[in-house]
Design a protein around this ligand. Structure first.
Ligand code: FAD
Length: 301
C-alpha cells in the first residue's frame, strides 16, 4: 500500500473542497485529481493540477477570443492535423503537475527529460522511508542475448529465489546501517545528507513533476514504448491513461500518429515501393544495416 490512512484522508479532504471556476475544466481529469494510482510495489502517480483541455489546443491554434471550439469533429480534425504536421506549440498550452513516487534508479532515467519542472523530496532534510522496489518474480529476467539494453528469459525456481533474497537482504542491511548512522543514541549522529549515501538505487524517492502536453507526449513516446525499461514503462502507461481521460482528442491523435504510428527513412520507403512492385528484397540489397533491417522486418514483415 503506497499511502498511509492519514495521507488518504488528506487526499479525500482535498477532493471534498470545491471552488467554482471560469477556466476550462476536463471532466476526465477532475475525476482523477489528487488520487494515487499505484505503480510498482510502493510507487504511485497522482495528478495534482492541470491547465487546459482539448479545447485549449484548438483555441491556441485558432488564436481565438472565445472557447475556440467549433464542432467536435472539426476540433478532432484540427488536432489531428496539428499532430500530423508537428505543429507542436498549441499542445504546449496544456500543462499537468504530477506527484510521483518512484525508485531512485527509475528517477535517474526520468530526470533526463529536461523539459519539465521538478521538485524532489529532500533526503538532506527528511529521513527516507524503509521502502525498496523488489520486483515481482515475473519481472526478474536474465540479460537479453539479442539486445544489450534489455532483458531475456524470466528467471525461475532457485535462481529467482536467490536473487530476491539478495535484493531484500541488501536493502534491509543498508537501511539498518542508515538508521544506525543517523542514530544520536549517546553520539552526535551523522547528518542526513551524508548518511543516505549507502542506500541502494531501489529505494523510493518522490517528486512533483510539471510539464506541458507536447513534452509529455515526447516523454510517453519514449517511455511507454516497448524498448523502455519495464520499471519506467509502467509509470508512462499510468500517465498515458490519465492523459487519455484529460485530452481524449489530443491523446487519440498522439496514439495514432506517434505511439502506434511509425516514421520511415527514405531507404525504407524505397524498399517498400520495390516490394509493392512485386520485387523480393533482402537485407543485402536493401541498403539497410542488419539492425535496421531487423527493425524494418519487425514492423513490415
Ligand atoms: C530506450 C532508451 C534508452 C536510453 N539509453 C540511454 C543511455 O544509455 N545513456 C544515456 O545517457 N541516456 C540514455 N537515454 C536517455 C536519452 O538519451 C534522453 O536523454 C532521454 O530520453 C530524454 O530525451 P530528450 O532529451 O529528447 O527529452 P527532453 O530533455 O525532455 O528534451 C526534449 C527535446 O528538447 C530539446 N532539448 C532539450 N534540452 C536541450 C538541450 N540542452 N540542447 C538541445 N536540445 C534540447 C531536444 O530536441 C529534445 O529532444 C535513453 C532513453 C531511452 C528512451
Amino acid at each position: 500500500m503506497p499511502l498511509s490512512p492519514d495521507q488518504i484522508a488528506e487526499i479525500e479532504t482535498a477532493r471534498a473542497t470545491q471552488a467554482p471556476t471560469l477556466r476550462a475544466v476536463s471532466p476526465g481529469m477532475e475525476a482523477l485529481l489528487y488520487r494515487a494510482i499505484p505503480v510498482l510495489d510502493h510507487g504511485f502517480i497522482r495528478v495534482i493540477d492541470y491547465m487546459g483541455d482539448d479545447g485549449a489546443i484548438v483555441q491556441a491554434a485558432r488564436v481565438s477570443y472565445g472557447a475556440g471550439t467549433k464542432h467536435v469533429q472539426n476540433d478532432a480534425g484540427l488536432i489531428r492535423y496539428l499532430m500530423r504536421h508537428w505543429h507542436s506549440t498549441p499542445f504546449e498550452m496544456c500543462e499537468v503537475k504530477l506527484h510521483v513516487k518512484l525508485p531512485v534508479f527509475v528517477a535517474r532515467q526520468w530526470i533526463r527529460h529536461r523539459t519539465a519542472n521538478v521538485n524532489e523530496y529532500s533526503a538532506r532534510y527528511s529521513i527516507l522511508d524503509r521502502e525498496f522496489y523488489i520486483p515481482a518474480p515475473e519481472n526478474l529476467a536474465a540479460q537479453s542475448t539479442a539486445n544489450n539494453q534489455g532483458r531475456g528469459e524470466v528467471l525461475s525456481g532457485a535462481e529467482s529465489a536467490r536473487v530476491l533474497e539478495i535484493l531484500k537482504s541488501d536493502a534491509g542491511q543498508a537501511y539498518d546501517h542508515y538508521e544506525e548512522m543517523l542514530s544520536q543514541d549517546g553520539q552526535q549522529g551523522l547528518a542526513r545528507e551524508l548518511a543516505r549515501m549507502n542506500l541502494p538505487m531501489n529505494i523510493y524517492t518522490q517528486w512533483y513533476w510539471k510539464t506541458d502536453l507536447h513534452n509529455l507526449f515526447h516523454f510517453l513516446a519514449l517511455r511507454a514504448d516497448a524498448h523502455a525499461q519495464y520499471e519506467i514503462r509502467v509509470y508512462a502507461e499510468a500517465i498515458a491513461a490519465c492523459v487519455r481521460d484529460w485530452v481524449p482528442l489530443a491523446y487519440g491523435a498522439f496514439e495514432d500518429y506517434r505511439l502506434r504510428g511509425t516514421t520511415l527513412s527514405a531507404t525504407a520507403v524505397a524498399v517498400l515501393k520495390r516490394r509493392l512492385a512485386g520485387e523480393v528484397v533482402g537485407q543485402e540489397d536493401s541498403g539497410m544495416s542488419k539492425g535496421e533491417w531487423r527493425e524494418f522486418v519487425e514492423g513490415w514483415g
